[in-house]
Ligand binder design. Structure first.
Ligand SMILES: [Mg+2]
Length: 263
């Protein structure tokens, strides 16, 4: 009986390891059960396009300026976001980012920085989107801001691991977000709660950028950083607008996000 139990324990831990999880870092960002149905294998169709192909088109920036996830793909996107693939896709990005960072000849003068976006990069709003159609319903600023103001968004586990490794390499972190000044305090508190305890700057969107695109706003802020002597050795975000434009950094990394598009 004892040996049977031991075997079962070993199998269970092997399964946990093969899923890239550890006891200290829960596998799920959001505790919802996996959805099941036709969307789970990407077989759902939108006007002749497979939902998995739609997601690839989004990630490759071939499909741009989209307003919502196609209705037909809500279940597919929900399954993707709550399932293993999203975590593994994120891990593939942050692993590459770390390998790159490790290869750098750093000056250790405090001027080497890595720019982190916040939403769907450092913090996950998946608990919100799981209740609001996984991006298939139009964005509602009022209800989204109510969620932000609670300040309990969890960290994206892979990004947090990267953040810690970069700090240990001597690279400082700058958070650059499209969140407004009115949300700066709750954002700092949420970052701390999620395990991000140190940063060189937390840059929020000034009202002077209200009519500007995210590409324009983020480019301008990165330009200011470089003008004040910082070297942007890396830049990571979930939106193409995080990594396009000017002063993008020596290397950019794009995390997956099939929930929404920001230009
Ligand atoms: Mg983002």
């Amino acid at each position: 009986m004892k040996s049977l139990l031991l075997t079962l324990l070993l199998v269970a831990s092997a399964v946990a390891t093969s899923h890239g999880t550890s006891r200290s870092e829960p596998y799920l960002i959001h505790p919802l059960r996996l959805k099941s149905g036709s969307g789970s294998n990407g077989a759902s169709l939108i006007k002749g396009i497979n939902c998995a192909s739609w997601r690839l088109g989004v990630e490759a920036h071939n499909i741009i300026d989209w307003k919502t996830v196609p209705q037909e793909c809500e279940e597919y996107v929900g399954n993707y976001m709550l399932g293993l693939q999203y975590r593994q896709d994120s891990q593939a990005v942050t692993r590459e980012a770390y390998l790159y960072a490790k290869s750098l000849n750093l000056s250790r003068d405090g001027k080497d920085i890595w720019v982190f976006d916040i939403d769907e990069t450092s913090l996950s709003n998946l608990p919100y989107y799981a209740k609001h159609g996984f991006g298939a319903v139009p964005y509602n600023a009022t209800s989204f801001n109510e969620w932000v103001e609670v300040g309990v968004a969890p960290a994206l586990p892979e990004s947090k691991k990267l953040y810690k490794k970069l700090l240990s390499l001597g690279i400082n972190v700058v958070f650059l977000t499209g969140r407004p000044l009115s949300q700066k305090h709750i954002t700092a508190s949420n970052l701390n709660l999620a395990g991000y305890h140190t940063w060189t700057k937390l840059i929020v969107k000034d009202v002077s950028f209200t009519d500007k695109t995210a590409v324009e706003y983020k480019s301008a802020e990165r330009r200011k950083l470089e003008k004040s002597g910082y070297r942007i050795v890396g830049n990571i975000g979930d939106q193409w607008s995080d990594i396009l434009g000017t002063n993008t950094g020596h290397r950019t990394f794009k995390l997956p996000d099939p929930l929404y598009y920001i230009s």
